[in-house]
Design a protein around this ligand. Structure first.
Ligand SMILES: [Ca+2]
Ligand SMILES: [Ca+2]
Length: 273
């Protein structure tokens, strides 16, 4: 998690943004040159993307363009049981016919693959394709084995690259890591006064999952005209503003701990009244 670079606001309510931690996509690789001059699967990544889809990207040199004979397919063995589902144990099968520019997700019903409906889409580029599927469209699977095929030519004579060459690859959805998006410190009174107490009795955290919670642990580091002003009380956030401080600049930096991680946020900046 990165520190929080953001504009400084003057006043009672400022906002700081922390970078959110994101897991890297899972990556896989199929050898190059194993399908002659035809479609040749290489690097593959799978990720659960912020748009709510499982996104699979495959680099496929020599992939036929849309309108040319060929196809791409992904078999999802969602129960991780090779004896259920027909093609490579695939309980769900995504197929896109490049020639017909048509495809979609189907489901093995025990006898045949039938239209599974749901949310899926594919994008075919020059030497690559991307397939997006909603987890709900795979029966809510949170982990699955999968294999990919890319082919050049009409179905009955197609030259097919299968990846991996043997067995299946495995992907597991990671539980999203909840991080702090923004903090909102409440100051009482709303602006510091010379000779008076100034404190931050509570700090609200807006989380990456949309929830807002009160910070259980936070600490204030204050500077008055560039010199440290030590606080007392909870988080050292109770400050006694000297009588001589009128007109001086007070900054209050907040160190907030959430999920075992402490981040410093940009300081709140005030002018002492
Ligand atoms: Ca290959
Ligand atoms: Ca299966």
């Amino acid at each position: 998690m990165s520190k929080a670079p953001l504009a400084v606001l003057v006043g009672a309510l400022a906002v700081a943004v922390a970078g959110s931690a994101r897991a890297a996509p899972a990556s896989y690789n199929d050898p190059g040159g194993d399908n002659g001059a035809a479609a040749d699967i290489g690097a593959v990544t799978v990720d659960s993307t912020t748009d709510g889809f499982i996104t699979l990207k495959a680099s496929v040199p020599n992939l036929p363009q849309v309108g040319q004979p060929g196809f791409v397919a992904v078999a999802f063995d969602t129960d991780r049981n090779g004896s259920t589902g027909s093609l490579m144990g695939g309980d769900y099968l995504f197929v896109f016919d490049l020639g017909a520019a048509r495809g979609g997700l189907s489901r093995w019903n025990g006898t045949e693959y039938v239209d599974a409906g749901g949310d899926s889409m594919t994008t075919v580029g020059a030497g690559s394709f991307e397939v997006k599927v909603k987890p709900a469209s795979l029966g809510g699977a949170t982990a699955f084995n999968f294999a990919i095929a890319a082919a050049s030519g009409e179905a009955d004579v197609a030259e097919i690259d299968l990846a991996p060459d043997t067995g299946m690859w495995f992907f597991e959805l990671k539980a999203p890591v909840v991080t702090v998006d923004t903090i909102h410190a409440k100051f009482v009174p709303s602006a510091p006064k010379a000779g008076a107490v100034f404190q931050a009795p509570l700090v609200r955290l807006k989380l990456s999952n949309g929830r807002t919670v009160l910070a259980a642990k936070y600490r204030c580091v204050a500077q008055l005209a560039g010199k440290v002003l030590r606080g007392t009380g909870k988080g050292s956030c109770t400050l006694r503003i000297p009588k001589t401080a009128r007109g001086k600049r007070l900054t209050v930096s907040l160190f907030v701990t959430y999920g075992g991680v402490t981040d410093e946020y940009d300081p709140y900046v005030f002018r002492v009244r």
